[in-house]
Unconditional design. Sequence first.
Length: 631
Amino acid sequence: MCGITGIMAFNEIGRMHMIHLAQSTVLLKHRGPDYQNTFIDEHVGLGHRRLSVIDLSPQGHQPMSDSSGRYRIVYNGEIYNYKELRQQLQKRGVDFQSESDTEVLLNLYIHRGVECLEQLNGCFSFAIFDRTENELILARDRFGINPLLYYHDNDKLVFASEMRSLLAYNIPKALDHESLNLYLELNYVPAPFTMLEGVKKLLPGEYLKINSTEVFPQRYYQIPHAQNSISKLTYDQQKTKIVSLMEEAVAKRLVSDVPLGAFLSGGIDSSIVVALASRYTDQLNTFSIGYSDQPFFDETNYAQLVAKKFSTRHTAYSLNNQELYSHLFEVWEHLDEPFADSSALPTYILSKYTRQSVTVALSGDGADELFGGYNKHLALQRSLDGGYSNSLVRVLAPLLTILPKSRNNVISNKIRQLDRMARGLSLSLPDRYWFWAGVAGRQEALDVLSSESLLNLNQAAVVGRRQQILKHLRPNADLNDILFTDMQLVLPNDMLCKVDWMSMAHGLEVRVPFLDHELVNFVFSLPTESKVHFGMRKRILQDSFKEVLPKELYNRPKKGFEVPLLHWMRTELNTVIENELLNEDLLKDQGIFDVSYVNQLKKKLHSSNPQDNPARIWGLLVFQKWWQKYF
């Protein structure tokens, strides 16, 4: 991966902002530590920070021009089928000056225009400037693996891989209150919006065409998921196809001119990636993190089983809670937007250690959203099926309401989960999905806001944004519609965003084979019972590789990882909460949050019934740290 930035000026006022291009580029150094350069034309400026992965020579540097000088590109990503595309272009008479995929992408665009996007297999965000037409094209990959933000007004359009780089152009900084409201529900801001008014994220599968007068967003890809296009293949045929597509996806992502490895958590997803990658690479480097203070969440023994079976060169890092905590403020510093998924912390640490050995790592991200791997997927499927378990949970609802709930131990966490299930079952499918996807209900998110914030909040706009995200959850929706919604909401805005921020903080490129679009297209043609069936999540994925992976990986609960938020908030973080970020005087001066309600949340932390308040307080802390940084 790399870092890109740029500006297109519509008038002389806009051109004045081109003086910020150099600083905007410098601020992306962590994404591309190997080389920096800029290009400035009369109305366009482009900046690039390079992480050299394919063709390490100067011929691969960017901004890159075609032989005529008409076109110029800055590009962040990898095109995995670039060698095939290069051969096609050579047959059409194109002479290449480098071995880079950047030059292939540029020439493919010259020959096919935006239709070239349909031929690309990879992860990317890029900008191409056509000097003759005075036209700029911005594009993002199908699933949002690589970020791209932009801001435009009457004078200019500016874009960048990260918010810090975008803000270097001295654009207005105004809080988007509708985004804040959704953040308080979800713990992240869903695209295309950001926490700043006017700053947008280019949507996955979208491109933007900019000329001297207009900005045209266009979609070039959408996951096919119509209920009437379900595959007629038998279950065994489906499994065979899954294995074939995964083998191809992994093989494509092993192309690299620098050291390459893989994350190995010990779960099914990363183990499949490692199993397949080891067929093509001798002594594959694999990396995992263990948690000495939290043995329940430590899966390094399973990772070791996989590493041994496939003869990888495995490194496991064992961390205690203090080591986790010591990285906390580094992580917050790398968040350019409030983002409160606490698993960013172990992702950051794993990326930091992995980068000491390799420049590229494969991961198992995307499999849960694609195949139905979360608890909520099982709960949503059961809610659609009906049956005895739903009735029992509804009967228990009054008792569950009063019992103590937290993530702090197995019993109270199970009560918390059952209570959330009972509350969700009383809602319509769209509202149920939204509630189970978030950390706070709609009213709870409103209650934390001050009266001043509520006056600034356009609640109709919030409803509109929510409805746009949930539009595929119709009365006849099935699990595929739910997974489709996850692929639009959770995957790009939470999971992929987290991995990009935390890995690129260390200049580590992460590749995700499960998000090969040919695989995704096929999986969405499968019936729902192939994914979640009789209490089994990711059914077809597990069955497809059952003869390949160690048997110990099966028939065990999905663990994930819980950052010890409650413990920290009662100990090390308590001073930060009370005296710094959530101090009463600061909250009053700031005027964003309701002081008395925040005090109630803080008080709950020290009770026997903390519920989900640690996650909500965490979201407030992350926001406050971001606010201090930029406001």
